[in-house]
Write a protein that binds this ligand. Structure first.
Ligand code: FBP
Ligand code: MG
Ligand code: MG
Length: 293
């Protein structure tokens, strides 16, 4: 595909309308970051300080996505309540800006989305598609649907396929682990030591999950934001971050785990639930689960 993404078309599949709308909005979101790097003076439902761009990107996506026929619900990391538009077909959950603390230092960030065919909060098994935009030196989108992952380059309103049917490379290369090291559990620390001790493996950690997971998709490896002492569910949110990432990495032939099972099997209790997140090549996730057993 190398075409301008269309305006939402009532005749089109709502999933494709959602994806086209997010892809088309990416250039504008990127541009709108300028001048919105300061604190917004409020906290999100997870108790984190919002930056102006978090609030602005959430409002932009809420306006656009709720106006699409077939979208029943919009929910975001940056707002407490679901916007409920009725009993239409799909529910969209968004992390409008993932890694927004990187705005201050001007490092990588992203937008993450999950499209569910059940009312939110929903388990990852209800996802029908997910993806992310990465605001790197260029803007790219990784998108998973029907067990297949496609990577695009986005320029203005256009998207161009870079690669189809993406799978994680067989020889995993990179690793990145979040959370303060003194707060890691001993079993997790041991596992990390083992990964680090292989001279083939390289540390890649940028403070935005999406940048680090995109490294795993590109080079193979593992990214985790684990359970921590004092934070048994880690930091990342199940609906907005854990499920969409797990769905895409599993579609790319990798595995996800909350420590003992696929993240897609975790039943949510609350919209803003957190989940310990580990994603990457199956061999790494298998070893991780053995280590945490
Ligand atoms: O700053 P910390 O605690 O290392 O956390 C980094 C993690 O937090 C996040 O920034 C959380 O996402 P948000 O920026 O969307 O809140 C992840 O992208 C990243 O992996
Ligand atoms: Mg995030
Ligand atoms: Mg965010």
């Amino acid at each position: 595909m190398n075409a301008t993404d269309p305006e939402p078309d009532p005749g089109l599949d709502p999933v494709e309308n959602v994806v086209a709308t997010i892809a088309r909005s990416a250039a504008e979101i990127r541009q709108g970051l300028v001048g919105r790097r300061g604190k917004a003076g409020a906290e999100n439902p997870s108790g984190e300080t919002q930056v102006e761009a978090d609030v602005w990107a959430d409002e932009l996506l809420a306006d656009r996505l709720t106006s699409i026929d077939g979208v029943a619900q919009y929910a975001s990391e940056e707002r407490s309540e679901i916007i409920d538009g009725g009993d239409d077909r799909v529910s969209v959950a968004v992390d409008p800006l993932d890694g927004s603390s990187n705005l201050k230092s001007n490092n990588t960030m992203g937008t993450v989305f999950g499209i569910y065919d059940e009312p939110l909060p929903a388990p990852g098994s209800a996802l029908v598609a997910s993806g992310w935009i990465l605001y790197g030196p260029i803007t790219t989108m990784a998108y998973a649907r029907d067990g297949s992952v496609t990577k695009y380059e986005l320029t203005g309103g256009e998207r161009t396929v870079v690669e189809e049917d993406i799978t994680l490379p067989d020889d995993p290369l990179v690793y990145g682990f979040g959370g303060r090291v003194p707060h890691w559990h001993d079993e997790f620390r041991e596992f990390v030591r083992e990964i680090e001790s292989n001279p083939e493996h390289k540390l890649r950690y940028g403070g935005a999950m999406i940048g680090d997971v995109n490294q795993v998709l590109t080079y193979g490896g593992i990214f985790a934001y684990p359970a921590l002492e004092g934070s048994p569910r880690g930091k990342l949110r199940l609906q907005f971050e854990g499920n969409p990432i797990a769905y895409l990495i599993e579609a790319a032939g990798g595995r996800s785990s909350d420590g003992s099972r696929s993240i897609l099997e975790v039943e949510p209790d609350d919209l803003h639930d957190r989940v310990p997140l580990h994603v990457g090549n199956a061999e790494f996730i298998d070893r991780l689960e053995d280590a945490l057993e």
